[in-house]
Design a protein around this ligand. Sequence first.
Ligand code: TXA
Ligand code: MG
Length: 326
Amino acid sequence: MSAQLAHAVELLRAGELVAFPTETVYGLGAAARNPAAVAKIFAAKGRPADHPLIVHLPDATHLEGWARNIPEAARALAAAFWPGPLTLILKRQPGVPAAVTGGQDTVGLRVPNHPLALELLREFNDGIAAPSANRFGRISPTTAQHVRDDLGTRVSLILDGGPCQVGIESTIVDLSGATPRILRPGMLSASDMARVLGDTPLAAEAAPATIRVSGNLEAHYAPRTPLVLCPGEYLTATLQDGIAQQLRIAVLATFPAPFDHHDLHWKVAPADPAGFARDLYAQLRELDALGCDRIVVQLPVGAVWQAIHDRLKRAATGSGTPDTRD
Ligand code: TXA
Ligand code: MG
């Protein structure tokens, strides 16, 4: 174990915050069984205290320490996809702090697939509560520098594990009710899970916008610059329009700029969903930093883009607002 990792474990045991990489986004971690430590997460993020957190585990053998009445479907999903970008919502054990569950009778659990996160979790040997390591409502961080930019000295230590390879947050499946239900889409899709669940049906419709899943608040994952989505075939016309209005426009699209203009700042995104997701948040942060009047993102079409579409819609809805949530 590196000296830095030993230090990270020491800080967690002392009730301090440690940011760490996962394969999805960077997490802002605290000892999940320590309510005072968990309270620091909410303070650092500026997040409302009734929003539940995901507890990260070293492996599936830790499930019993956090969840009860674990259905077969949950065990099957954990066996198939952990470590990986999947969060299971299960009935909680009585001892799980209310600060972690938002006072609910359920708890969110995940084993992340990142070597540094797994090493940290194994050394800590218990649950680490961690939301995405951004200020509330803002774009999730996919590099250590993003965490530094957002949280600075609000976090005791940031472990740098390089850029996240999945790039958007985990798929959340609620297994606490009669039918498994997807609460938040992610790169692990409904059809990936249906293959494992066999005869168990999966309610794939989006969850109602309630406070249970903060990612379901409409304004989320949002840049400060107003962001609009535009189908690829209307992009040129939309941009010509904006430029005629003397707007400075930042663009994210899967193809190169059809024309050059000094008010046009173009970024090419990977054309495949996995690549697009991996780079998305870093690219949105870069475009946001240009301080343009508008960000225009090419709207991808098709079922394989569902999770990306979800994040882009939320980014559009929450964009353009000053830091009222910070
Ligand atoms: O990929 C991820 O899931 C990342 C990395 C760090 O693991 N984490 C993440 O955490 O996205 P956060 O807090 O930004 O989003 C976690 C989501 C929230 O929308 C929260 O409401 C939901 O999980 N959640 C946690 N526990 C829950 C519960 N008991 N019931 C319903 N939703 C829950
Ligand atoms: Mg988040």
